[in-house]
Structure formats: C-alpha cells, structure tokens
Design a protein around this ligand. Structure first.
Ligand code: PMP
Length: 392
C-alpha cells in the first residue's frame, strides 16, 4: 500500500478511474496523432460571448453572484427553456446555475438519493454517471442498450431491473457515446413506466442543441413528467464553452432548492465572469449555435457514411458529435482495436467498453474535428482495417 492510502475514504478507493484518461495520456506523448478521442467542440467560443465576459471584468464584476446564479442569467435561461423546449421554469425558484452540467448532475443526485437507493443508468453512457451515484451512496443499476436497437433504451428494459429500492432513472438524449437520440414518442413510452413506478428522472440534455432530427423533445415536456424531472443542461457543447465550466439545472422548486442547499455550502456560485458571458450567449448566441450544429451535421453525414464504407458498421446517430461503430468483424476487442489503431496509424479513438458493458465491440469517435482531419482519419482507418484482413 502506498503511504497515505490508509487515509483515503472507502468511497474514493472503490471508485473506478475514467477509462478515457489512459488513452489521452498515451496519445499526448505521440506526434502526428489525429484525435477523435475528446468529447468537446472544435469551435472557439464566439467573440461576442468572450467580449461580454471581458467587459464584465473591466467593469469590476469580480465578486460572488447569488448562490443560484445571476438573476439576469436565470431569466435568460427561463426564456430559453420556454422558447426552445416549451417548458416553463421560474427564474427565482426553479433554476440553478452550476459549474458545468457535471455539477448539476452531482447536485441532483446528492439532493435526492439516500444510501441504498437504486438509480437506473442506461449504458453505454457518460463515464461519470455511476461514480456520481456511488459517491452519493446510491447504487447504479445499469441497463444495456444494444446496436440492434441503435442504442436506444427500450421501455421494457426499465421494468426488468425495477426493485422496491429503485428511485430514479438517469437518461441522456442525445447520448454520449452513442449519439443516439430518443424522439418524443419513445420518451412517452419511457414516461409511462416512470409514472407507473413513481420514479424521478435526471434528464441529461447537454447535447440538446446538437440534435439532427426535428423531433427533439426535452423529457420535462412530456405529459406529467415536468414534476418528476430534473433537467440538466449547460453551455459546454451547444455554445462551445467547455472551459467556462457553466451549466444549469431546471426542475420543480422542491428539487432545485434542495440542490441549492448543497451548492451554497460546497461551491457558493458558478464563476462570475463566465455567467456574464453566458447572458450574452443566451441573448444573442442562437445563430452561432445553429451554424455550429449545421457544421457538425455535415461532418456526421460524411463520417458515418465513410465508416460504413470501410466496413465499420455504424448507425446514423441522431445527435451529439459521436459515431459509435462496431469493430466486431475485425475480431479485435475494443481495447486492442483502439490501442493498435493509435500505435500503427496514429488515430486516437476511445474503446467502447469504457462506457459500459454493451459498448464492447465498439469504439467512440468524436467527429468534432476539421473535415480535413476526418478525411485523413478515414484514410488511415481504412488502411488499418485492410491490413487486419490481410493478416487474418
Ligand atoms: N453529460 C454528458 C453526457 C457529457 O458528455 C458531458 C461532457 N462530456 C457532461 C455531462 C459534462 O458537461 P460539462 O462540461 O457541462 O460539465
């Protein structure tokens, strides 16, 4: 045992480190690598947003904001949720501004989950979900979506794992890592089961602005779901603001005020200059968002078509900026495929099984990189797959 280990909490000792990190560390020591590994936009935050933030510093807004966030920002978020998703939240009671969607998720879970409560998580999924639940003393109960269903949650899968201890379900649409998006009719079927079993829902909608089908719906907009749902969203993906660390949660006052109680003791407030930038993002940033969405869409269409052409079967993802092709026909595991592709062709992808059991046999490729890089990545991946066939 390393000295100091004996002082660590059991919760931390039992936590699994993120499987993505290891690949970044490997790739960062190499030259000429094309990275399809990172889950973030390749755009710089628009100048107007940066300028608004700079201006706030020039004007001396350097103190804490209200714990729940600048009221001006909460008002903008309220309008945004209404205009974009047809859901109403009061800026005073039903919205909290957080340090990324990450903190919003953490607060939502900690405010509602008691030790031993079970939370259904839908794998493959964002690597933090299980850890967030475990840190709150809850038990993550995974259900596995599969390639046959384009990685879309089937409502009956929820019923199969329900127990008297099931309290909540965490859903994410559009999804990281699969890009799958649940349309309104599919959400309605999930809502029936949520209601039947009296569950609450953590709905991670961080990729809402990056959906490519008209039928996107916020889970809170589904009949009778508003009162059971905490919507998690933020500025990282749609507004290309990952480094600003700004997100928000919306929900019934009872949930948001409970989250605020934790937030005011553990975080005080989200960064002030970032909040000033975000006001500008909400007021005038939607054209930029639409422009970026269109650009991802073009890249999705090229990249997914090309993956299929080189023999890596991939469903057409409805949102986010990830493709999740199967590599099963190569006979390699996800780990071997990703490792060898990096070593032989210098293309970094993430093995699918780090996102959950049913991610095995798949890799996650982020296409949030230039078209030129994507074309070169496809060229290299094609060569890699062809060489495998020759060896076999
Ligand atoms: N949820 C999902 C599904 C994500 O992919 C990410 C970021 N990779 C987050 C939440 C966290 O986002 P933020 O930067 O706002 O903390």
């Amino acid at each position: 045992m390393t000295h100091g280990q004996q002082y660590l909490s059991e919760k931390v000792i039992n936590l699994k480190p993120s499987g993505i990190r290891r690949f970044f560390d490997l790739a960062s020591g190499m030259e000429g690598v094309i990275s399809l590994g990172v889950g973030e936009p390749d755009f710089v935050t628009s100048w107007a947003i940066r300028e608004a933030s700079i201006l706030s510093l020039e004007q001396g807004y350097t103190a804490y904001t209200a714990n729940a966030g600048l009221i001006e920002l909460r008002r903008e978020i309220s309008k945004y949720m209404k205009n974009r998703f047809e859901v109403s939240y009061s800026p005073e009671e039903e919205i909290i501004v957080t340090v990324g969607a990450s903190q919003a998720l953490d607060l939502a879970v900690r405010a509602t989950i008691n030790p031993g409560d079970e939370v259904i998580i839908v794998e493959p999924c964002f690597v933090a979900y299980a850890s967030i639940v475990q840190l709150a003393g809850g038990i993550p109960v995974p259900v596995q979506t599969t390639a046959e269903n384009e990685f879309k949650l089937q409502p009956e899968q929820i019923e199969e794992v329900i127990t008297p201890r099931t309290k909540a379900i965490l859903i994410c649409s559009p999804n990281n890592p699969t890009g799958s998006m649940l349309v309104k009719s599919e959400l309605e079927k999930i809502a029936d089961i949520v209601k039947k079993h009296d569950l609450i829902v953590f709905s991670d909608e961080i990729y809402a602005e990056l959906s490519y089908e008209d039928s996107y719906a916020s889970f809170a907009s589904i009949d009778e779901m508003w009162e059971r749902t905490i919507v998690i969203n933020g500025f990282s993906k749609g507004f290309a603001m990952t480094g600003w660390r700004l997100g928000f949660a919306c929900g019934p006052s009872v949930f948001i005020q409970a989250m605020l109680k934790i937030h005011q003791h553990t975080m005080m407030c989200a960064p002030t200059m970032a909040q000033h930038g975000a006001v500008e993002a909400m007021k005038n940033g939607m054209d930029d968002v639409a422009h970026m969405q269109k650009s991802y869409l073009q890249r999705r269409n090229y990249f997914v078509k090309s993956l299929n052409e080189i023999g890596l079967d991939c469903h057409m993802p409805g949102g986010a900026f990830y493709a999740f092709p199967s590599i099963k026909r190569t006979g390699l595991t996800s780990e071997e495929f990703a490792q060898n592709l990096l070593m032989e062709e210098k293309v970094a992808v993430v093995p699918g099984d780090v996102f959950g059991e049913s991610g095995a046999g798949h890799i996650r490729c982020s296409y949030a990189t230039s078209m030129e890089q994507l074309k070169e990545a496809i060229k290299r991946m094609k060569r890699f797959v062809e060489n495998l066939q020759v060896k076999a």
